[in-house]
Design a protein around this ligand. Structure first.
Ligand code: CP3
Length: 340
C-alpha cells in the first residue's frame, strides 16, 4: 500500500494496514532546512514563489516520509486576495490593517481571487509531479469564521472579540462578510482541486470561540456551504478546534473527516460519529517538546485506543510547535509506522 493510498483510503473509512500520519505545520520552523531558507527569503516570498513553496512542502516529506504532504502557504492569502494585505513580523506576529467599517467590508472584492492566487495552483502542479503519486497532496483554507476573526482583529490577538461583537450586534453585516469569505474560499479550494489537491482541510482554528448554540450560525453553516459546493470531488477534513459540543454540526457540515484537538478522548469522538465519517488527531503537540520515550509511550496509547477503528488519520491535536525537537517527530513517525 503506498502512502498516498493509505491516506486516501483512511479518508473514506476503508481498511488500511496502519493509520496514515501527517502533522499540521509539518513544514516550517522545526526544520533546519526551512530555517536555512528563511535566512535568505521572507515567509511571503517562499509562499508566493511556486518553486520555493514546492521545496518547503517537500522538506518534511523527504525527512519523515509522511503519508500526506500539505501545501506550504497560509490561511491569510484569502484576505490578501480580497484586498486586505498582511505581513509577518520576523520573530512572531502578523501585521494587518483591521477591517473597521461597513464600507471596508463592502469593498472586499472576490473578483480577482483566481488571478491573485495564481501562484498556488502553479505550486500544487509542481508538488504533485514531484510526489509522483507516492504521497497524497492536501490543499487547505481557513474557515470563513476563523478568517473573519483575523480580518476584523487585524491579525492574531490574545482575545478575539471583534468577530463575535459583529455577530451579535449586526448580523446582516456579519453575514455579508461571511458570504464574501465563503464564496472566496469555495473558489480557492476548487482551484486547488483542479490543480491536483487530493483532499482539502478547512482550518476552523477559532471555532471554539463560539458558544455551542452559536457555532452553527457563526461557522458551521458556512463550512457546510463550501463542502456542498465542492460536491464530493475530494475528501474534506474539518479541523475545528475546541468545538466539543458540536459534533453534530460538524457531521452535518458534510466533512468526511473531523479533526480533533488533544483535549478529548479520540475513541469517544469516533464512537459518536457515523461510521462513514473519519477522525483525525489528536496527540498533544506539547509532547513533541519532551523526549522520544515519552512521545513513543503516548503515541502507542493513542494507537491502541484507536486500534481496529476505521477512518483514523494520525495527527497532532494542533500544529507542530516551533520548539518541537526533530528526534521527537522522528520517533513519532517511526512509532506509527511500526504499529501493526
Ligand atoms: O501545515 C503546514 O505545514 C502548511 C502550512 C501552513 C502554515 N500556516 C504555514 C505557516 C498552514 C496550514 C497554516 C495555517 C494557518 N495560518 C492557521 C490555521 C492553523 C492553526 O495553526 O491554527 C492560522 C491561524 C494561520 C495564521 C498564521 N500564520 C499565524 C497565527 C502564524 C504565526 C505568526 C507567528 O509568526 O507567530 C502564521 C505564520 C506561519 N504560517 C508560519 C508557517 C510555517 C511561521 C512563519 C515563519 O516564521 O517562518
Amino acid at each position: 500500500m503506498t502512502n498516498r493510498d493509505r491516506f486516501l483510503r483512511a479518508c473514506r473509512c476503508q481498511p488500511v494496514d496502519r493509520p496514515p500520519i501527517w502533522l499540521m505545520r509539518q513544514a516550517g520552523r522545526v526544520l533546519p532546512e526551512y530555517r536555512a531558507l528563511k535566512e535568505k527569503h521572507s515567509f511571503l516570498e517562499l509562499v508566493r514563489t511556486p518553486e520555493w513553496a514546492m521545496e518547503v512542502t517537500l522538506q518534511p516529506i523527504r525527512r519523515f516520509d509522511f503519508d500526506a504532504a500539505i501545501l506550504f502557504s497560509d490561511i491569510l492569502v484569502i484576505p490578501e486576495a480580497l484586498g486586505q494585505p498582511y505581513e509577518f513580523v520576523e520573530g512572531g506576529g502578523i501585521e494587518m490593517e483591521p477591517l473597521r467599517t461597513a464600507a471596508e467590508i463592502d469593498a472586499l472584492d472576490g473578483a480577482a481571487v483566481r488571478e491573485r492566487l495564481d501562484y498556488v495552483p502553479r505550486a500544487l502542479r509542481l508538488i504533485k509531479e514531484a510526489l509522483g503519486g507516492r504521497t497524497a497532496l492536501i490543499g487547505f483554507a481557513g474557515s470563513p469564521w476563523t478568517l473573519a476573526n483575523f480580518m476584523l482583529q487585524g491579525g492574531g490577538a490574545k482575545e478575539y472579540v471583534k468577530a463575535k461583537a459583529l455577530f451579535y450586534s449586526d448580523r446582516a453585516l456579519f453575514d455579508h462578510l461571511l458570504r464574501k469569505l465563503t464564496d472566496a474560499v469555495t473558489e480557492y479550494l476548487q482551484m486547488q482541486i483542479e490543480a491536483g489537491a487530493e483532499a482539502v482541510q478547512l482550518f476552523d482554528s477559532l471555532g471554539g470561540l463560539t458558544t455551542d448554540h452559536v457555532f452553527r450560525d457563526a461557522s458551521a453553516r458556512w463550512m457546510a456551504e463550501i463542502i456542498r459546493a465542492l460536491n464530493d470531488r475530494v475528501p474534506v477534513i474539518v479541523f475545528s478546534k475546541g468545538t466539543h459540543g458540536n459534533w453534530n454540526d460538524l457531521v452535518e457540515s458534510g466533512a468526511q473527516i473531523v479533526g480533533v484537538d488533544w483535549t478529548v478522548r479520540l475513541s469517544e469522538v469516533r464512537a459518536r460519529l457515523p461510521e462513514t465519517v473519519g477522525v483525525q488527531g489528536n496527540l498533544d503537540p506539547f509532547l513533541l517538546t519532551t523526549t522520544p520515550e515519552i512521545v513513543e509511550a503516548e503515541a502507542k496509547l493513542l494507537l491502541r485506543e484507536m486500534h481496529g477503528s476505521l477512518g483514523h488519520i494520525f495527527n497532532l491535536g494542533h500544529g507542530v510547535p516551533p520548539t518541537a525537537k526533530l528526534e521527537n517527530v522522528e520517533r513519532l513517525v517511526n512509532t506509527v509506522r511500526g504499529f501493526v
